[in-house]
Design a protein around this ligand. Structure first.
Ligand code: HEM
Length: 239
């Protein structure tokens, strides 16, 4: 009996993205949208820009840890494979890209770029470097996000696989990956470790500024040495 495809025993779909990874992704989308919407000083959401930025730092801490301990396709070691890049690009150029179970080689590169640019945006916002540098990196990120969404839509058509639905349900169609197995799920210990990393980030951020997660005026959230010295009396009062 052929149990390799579509049999009730194996089910019609295959587990790919674990739940914490999907939750991370969609929370990140909401947080980055809010960060952009609140970025102008005249925005009614302006007071939320800094707390949202710090929340993104917490999400990043979770994702970085998850990249080492998370479910099979969430792990960096699983998808960061520069050697697969040439074959993937060749397939794309011939209009025959392979339907991969986890991230494809270009997708993996964009994941790293997206996470790196998000980290750089948070960092430049937090340490109070020149505002223009923060904006330049943030707008580069926006460009990459547009590219990311375009690539997801394009790859969904080319591979005839609904990648957005997969990022929502965590599952892909088994008939597109007949020989693959369900992704190895993350262990409960992994969830504890990644949650601890996120909690440690919250504690670190609060130690840096106890008001980090509260809505605040832009000046209060900036941390250039000059601004710190200006708001020193307030900071003293908090201790
Ligand atoms: C602020 C906007 C966004 C950011 C920063 C972002 C970031 C990311 C990141 C970092 C990943 C890798 C997931 C991981 O392994 O951690 C990813 C994957 C993915 N994202 Fe987004 N994303 C954004 C918006 C969207 C939107 C709007 C969609 C839907 C149209 C989308 C669909 C996907 C899909 C389908 C994947 C999996 C790609 C694959 O199959 O390899 N993303 N995204």
């Amino acid at each position: 009996m052929d149990t390799s495809q579509d049999s009730p025993a194996r089910g019609r779909s295959i587990e790919v993205w674990d739940f914490p990874l999907r939750l991370f992704h969609w929370l990140l989308v909401v947080a980055i949208a809010l960060a952009f919407l609140s970025s102008e000083e005249e925005s009614p959401l302006a007071a939320w820009h800094v707390p949202v930025g710090w929340s993104i730092a917490v999400l990043l801490a979770f994702r970085l840890t998850w990249g080492f301990v998370g479910g099979e396709h969430a792990r960096f070691a699983q998808f960061v494979k520069p050697s697969a890049l040439a074959a993937h690009i060749k397939g794309l150029l011939h209009g025959r890209p392979e339907a991969t179970l986890g991230h494809n080689a270009l997708g993996a590169l964009s994941v790293l770029l997206l996470l790196g640019l998000i980290a750089a945006t948070v960092w430049t916002g937090a340490v109070g470097v020149d505002e223009e540098v923060h904006e330049l990196i943030a707008y580069t990120l926006l460009g990459l996000v547009a590219l990311h969404i375009g690539a997801v839509v394009m790859m969904s058509f080319l591979t005839r696989e609904n990648l957005v639905r997969a990022m929502i349900t965590g599952r892909k169609r088994r008939d597109r990956h007949p020989t693959a197995d369900d992704a190895r799920p993350p262990s409960p210990l992994a969830l504890i470790l990644a949650t601890l990393a996120a909690a440690a980030t919250v504690i670190g951020v609060l130690a840096y500024d106890p008001h980090s997660f509260q809505p605040q005026t832009r000046e209060a959230g900036e941390h250039s040495p000059d601004v710190d010295s200006v708001k020193a009396p307030d900071a003293e009062a908090d201790r």
